[in-house]
Design a protein. Structure first.
Length: 305
């Protein structure tokens, strides 16, 4: 028998074994695609990094979309992620810092001009209603011309129902239950994290915060903990003023490592990362040295988990 014939027979034998193995149920079925996904629309901070847009995250359940924060670039990042404009109708603000909210006008008006026909439902801390009122007033002439001028426009998609929240369950539908919890963020009186519970996953988003027992409690056993972080070694090198500021407003990598080690999320996903002169490897080492041994990822814009 020549080598080519032997090779052909070997391939045929492997194929036959695979076929009969399948028929006897020895091959496992493919893992079903999760209904719930986390899409990082913006992973940045106030720095004008063109690779990282302002903080914004989409949690999707099948074709339903829930946004957390709406930093600069949120709508175009949503388009890049393939999210339909008419589905951008529910959003949750962690707090009112401009890097988390300066895409708000874009979120109100752009999906409307692209055929969102229902009002935008927004949930956030006290102050979100006034912010909404002022933005609608600022663009009132634009709205009037779109409604009464030559450009076709529907009469509901630009409207906003702003819900000012307190800790507890703040939203529920057939897909998801959303719980808000208070977190400490420097001199902000109101700042929140969110826990999303769906049929197949638990997603916790810290918002901007210092090390918080509330984050640890809500993230215990979660599938994903999306958390902000600042490198501890880099923070130590900052000027006293900046060190005092960051210490009061953000969570160091060692502190986050301790939180994650106790909460044990399946995935620790990092955004709003402040390296402050560190490398990404140094920051990750600080987390692992603090005791967390699980999977940790520094997220990038448009990644999906």
């Amino acid at each position: 028998m020549n080598p080519r014939t032997a090779t052909s027979l070997s391939i045929a034998l492997v194929a036959a074994v695979a076929f009969f193995g399948c028929s006897k149920g020895t091959v496992e079925a493919p893992t079903p695609k999760p209904r719930t996904r986390v899409i990082l629309l913006g992973t940045g901070n106030p720095n004008a990094d063109p690779e990282r847009h302002g903080p914004a995250t989409a949690i999707t359940v099948d074709d339903a979309v829930y946004l957390v924060d709406f930093g600069p670039g949120v709508v175009r990042r949503a388009a890049a992620a393939g999210l339909p404009m008419e589905k951008l109708s529910r959003a949750f603000a962690t707090h009112l810092h401009h890097d988390h909210t300066s895409g708000y006008a874009d979120l109100i008006f752009t999906p409307w001009t692209l055929e969102r026909t229902e009002p935008l439902e927004v949930y956030g801390p006290p102050g979100i209603a006034k912010m909404t009122e002022h933005l609608l007033a600022a663009y009132s002439e634009d709205v009037a011309l779109r409604l009464d001028g030559l450009e076709p426009a529907n009469k509901a998609g630009y409207k906003v129902n702003a819900h000012e929240i307190a800790p507890g369950v703040i939203y529920k539908d057939d897909n998801v239950t959303v719980k808000a919890f208070a977190v400490p963020h420097g001199s902000w009186k109101y700042a929140f994290g969110y826990r999303f519970e769906t049929t197949d996953r638990i997603i916790v988003i810290s918002g901007d915060t210092t090390a918080s027992p509330a984050v640890e409690e809500n993230a215990r056993g979660a599938d994903v903990l999306l958390h902000e972080v600042i490198c501890g070694a880099g923070l130590a090198k900052r000027t006293p003023d900046w060190k005092a500021y960051h210490t009061a407003f953000h969570t160091t990598a060692p502190d986050l490592g301790h939180i994650a080690a106790r909460a044990k999320p399946k995935l620790l996903l990092l955004h709003h990362v402040l390296l402050s002169g560190c490398t990404e490897d140094q920051l990750l080492k600080e987390i692992y040295d603090a005791g967390f041994t699980g999977r940790t990822v520094i997220g990038k814009d448009l990644e999906v988990f």
